[in-house]
Design a protein around this ligand. Structure first.
Ligand code: ADP
Ligand code: ADP
Ligand code: MG
Length: 536
């Protein structure tokens, strides 16, 4: 063997042409055959440092090391390792000063954990009680207002929605007084507007304290981070954290699937964005016409103008949280009855809800075999199971899956059924960046090959861009009223949606959309021209 092999040789797992030098020296290894981490991210004064890569690649391990909770063993699991050995290893590197502080037990870290769903299990009080314990810099009131938490301060933590809990967790982390801040994903459950608000607060904090973040929404990561470390490898086996790259370059390399400095290809296809709106194919026949409908709850009312979805088309659905997108999906799927208007009951619909239960003890394979007769075909293996990385979890009981695994199973189930209309409500939730890229491609290919229509609700602008032929825009007042308008072609639709949010995008050399700084020259110029996403 090459001496660094763990369970599987990295040479086989990845097309590594030249082994990067840092692979000679692990930073940490869990037990003799355990996960091994190479490299470390570097918190930098005055900067937001991003880590970009899949889950299970060692990000939390790196944070445990950087916060002093875990003394790195340099890959040596049988002999004890001293701080002196660790300092020797980092001698002459940018991390040396930091490691020295660590060895003196002189570092305090504030962490926003990835899985906020755990918070209600360990804390039973109100939002106010939870936040009061974190106000170490006298900034809490400011964060409460900027994250719109004031109206929910007296609610108990267990009764919060995902989006409310996420904003509480972000405020709790930022309010602390620490030497560096680590936020493991800020966007889950948040809409685009809330994502921007959180990102802006983090940028502000970074002017005073170093911040390290993990983020899978690439448009947000791009505006949030100054530099990124790419993390690659084989999840649960080994992970390599690269040296920092400029955020624009790093994200482009990630989308390309190739890291030139490291000479590593980690994906066999690349992702490109179109600078012009996709032209609608006129020859596509209209397939599915949804009727005008209304639905009223106690506090909220939804109005849907009728519209049509073409055959083979993916219709993206965008809009704020609480504006009626999921209600619309449920009306189409027949889960809810509209007050006025009615769905044609002959249309066969396959629907993936936003919130997944996953409480059965049946295995993934058993559940998938119930939804498709094609399970054993090579088509199913190559087009569904492999892109969704489900091959490894087929024997796992559904109730033991992680959020990301359950999401991928739910997507597989939805796409496995024979239907005229496929509806996916927030398929990117709980997925890491690599899986988002893969499901976008998968859902598109699935739609193109069928006389069916697909509707995808999502908050990740890049996912919406990669997936959609046209879009449906939800407007109104969150929690009070919503109205679905469209479908629009991409240019007018995206421009209309982003105009309501006051967010403009420019394009870099590769055509990738990048959020403009609010109030910058380009931002003002594009707003005046009405070019929020696409130039006409
Ligand atoms: P990430 O944060 O990128 O999702 P982690 O750093 O949490 O990844 O974990 C990387 C790998 O290390 C995983 O396969 C995980 O199971 C393993 N691992 C994490 N903590 C331990 C531990 N204390 N002992 C053994 N293995 C661990
Ligand atoms: P979105 O998917 O755009 O976030 P939803 O369609 O889930 O929005 O919800 C829109 C509004 O309707 C929210 O204010 C929500 O609280 C309310 N709502 C949704 N379902 C029900 C229901 N079954 N009973 C009462 N109110 C509901
Ligand atoms: Mg919803």
């Amino acid at each position: 063997g090459c001496g660094i092999c763990v369970k599987k040789c990295p040479f086989e797992a990845l097309d590594i042409v030249n082994l990067p030098e840092e692979l000679d020296q692990p930073t940490h290894r869990y037990g003799q055959n355990g996960f091994v981490l190479y490299g470390l991210p570097i918190p930098v004064e005055g900067k937001v440092t991003g880590i970009l890569g899949p889950n299970g690649i060692g990000k939390s391990t790196a944070v445990k090391i950087l916060s002093g909770m875990l003394v790195p063993n340099l890959g040596m699991t049988d002999a004890p390792v001293s701080w002196k050995d660790v300092l020797d290893l980092f001698q002459g590197t940018e991390l040396f000063d930091y490691i020295q502080l660590l060895s003196q037990k002189n570092v305090k870290v504030a962490v926003k954990p990835q899985y906020i769903d755990q918070i209600p299990k360990v804390f039973s009080g109100s939002v106010r009680d939870l936040l009061a314990t974190t106000d170490e810099r006298g900034r809490l009131d400011y964060y409460v207002d900027r994250l719109s938490l004031r109206p929910i301060l007296d609610r108990t933590i267990v009764n919060l929605s995902g989006g409310e809990l996420q904003r509480v967790a972000i405020a709790a982390c930022l309010a602390r007084d620490a030497d560096f801040y680590f936020l493991d994903e800020i966007t889950p459950y948040l809409d685009v507007y809330q994502r921007m608000a959180a990102a802006n607060l983090i940028r502000e904090l970074a002017q005073e304290r170093p911040v390290v973040i993990v983020e899978h929404d690439l448009a947000i990561l791009d505006m949030l981070a100054d530099t990124v470390h790419i993390a690659y490898g084989e999840p649960a086996v080994f992970g390599v954290i690269t040296y920092p790259k400029g955020v624009r370059v790093g994200i482009n390399q990630y989308l390309e699937g190739f890291l030139p400095e490291e000479n590593v290809r980690f994906r066999d296809f690349s992702v490109a964005f179109e600078t012009r709106a996709h032209t609608t194919e006129v020859n596509r026949e209209e397939l599915f016409v949804f009727p005008s409908m209304t639905k009223r709850f106690e506090q909220f009312s939804l109005v849907v103008d009728g519209g049509e979805i073409r055959s083979g088309e993916v219709l993206g659905v965008v809009g704020a949280n609480g504006i009626g997108k999921s209600t619309f999906a449920k009306l189409l799927a027949g889960v809810l009855e509209p007050d006025t208007g009615s769905m044609d009951t002959r249309v066969r619909i396959s629907y993936k809800p936003q919130y997944l239960k996953g409480d059965t003890e049946a295995t993934v394979e058993e559940i998938l075999r119930q939804t498709t007769t094609k399970f054993d075909t090579s088509f199913y293996q190559h087009e569904i199971l492999e892109p969704l990385s489900l091959t490894q979890v087929l024997q796992a009981p559904i109730n033991t899956l992680s959020g990301g695994e359950l999401q991928r199973v739910a997507i597989a189930i939805c796409l496995s059924r024979d239907a005229d209309l496929y509806i996916l409500d927030e398929p990117s939730a709980h997925l890491d960046v690599e899986q988002r890229v893969k499901i976008s491609r998968l859902i598109r290919r699935h739609a193109e090959g069928r006389d069916a229509s697909t509707l995808v609700i999502d908050h990740d602008i890049y996912v919406i861009d990669m997936i959609s032929d046209r879009i449906l825009v939800f407007e109104g007042e969150p929690g009070i009223s919503g109205k679905a308008t469209g479908p629009f072609d991409m240019a007018p639709g995206m421009n209309r949606f982003l105009a309501a949010l006051g967010i403009t995008f420019r394009r870099d050399k590769t055509g990738r959309p990048r959020i403009n700084k609010p109030g910058s020259f380009l931002d003002r110029e594009q707003m005046a021209a009405g070019e929020y996403y696409y130039a006409e």
